[in-house]
Design a protein around this ligand. Sequence first.
Ligand code: PEP
Ligand code: MN
Length: 336
Amino acid sequence: MLIVMHHKALDKQIKAVMDAVERMGLTAKPIPGSERTAIGVLGNKGYVDDTNIRGLPGIKEIIHVSKPYKLVSRDFHPRATIIKVGRHEIGEGKRPIVIAGPCAVESEEQILKTAAAVKNSGADMLRGGAFKPRTGPHTFQGLKEQGLKLLALAKKETGLPIVTEVMSTENVELVGEYADILQVGARNMQNFDLLTELGRIHKPILLKRGMSATVEEFLAAAEYIYAGGNHQIVLCERGIRTFETATRNSLDLSVIPLIKELTHLPVIVDPSHATGRRSLVPPMAKAALVVGANGIMVEVHPEPDKALSDGPQSLTIPGFEKLMDEVRKLDTFLGY
Ligand code: PEP
Ligand code: MN
């Protein structure tokens, strides 16, 4: 439940409402805003009977929130959250970030070469999977801890912050030692034990949308991390499953402006996994920026034909360089 106070409500009226909420055994969370003060009510399992609150002075409106997410909603937190990673900032009003790199870390040569190239072209962060969630068990599963060490080497050489996936609760600590942003892959979006564990750490999380997840389920997954105490969450739209098989997934771009209405968290787009085809990545990356994404994440490989995973959707180094020239023009056009 959300209690919206009148613009001119007195501090003592706000306090009286909060006390009344606490007397009901619930938690009252003040949400100051530039246009209104609201009080979020937390701790209820179902509908809250507001009989004892409704008549208190200073209240403008009581909104019963039936959504499975509250803390990440705009209702509870009107001001946009900005995630800081080193000197980079991700979120509303900031220049969209570009995360680039291979699907998987394959070798020292591959990751160092890619890192140097994407840095040179203007990428802000390096991606690369060390723990890979593959559909079948007979394919390359990632270099695991050795992959993390190679990412650390690439970071040392280029200064690029690292984005890499964590697949299980037992590896949260290990991956957290190397990653600047820990990625939760689409297949793990509803791994609630993992989300709960990530709520306990103090590092940014990149939460990818499950391939069959509704927006509500996506935001409810973010709520797990947020409610646990970790408020540094970046959402990532990476395409969903539809009847269409011509592309790997269907990029659901309309959720970008929608998610920005519903939540204060930043949202980025991964056009690589969304389309599965190299030729479609640049147009959809640019489209993502136009609809207001706070960044893009793109797969790049020095030799996509030899990639151990996701070669067909990986940009070549010159392909990424060209995309970045266009991204820079678009950033200027968008006013960044
Ligand atoms: C990835 O980004 O490496 C990845 C596996 O993507 P997704 O979880 O979106 O399939
Ligand atoms: Mn991939």
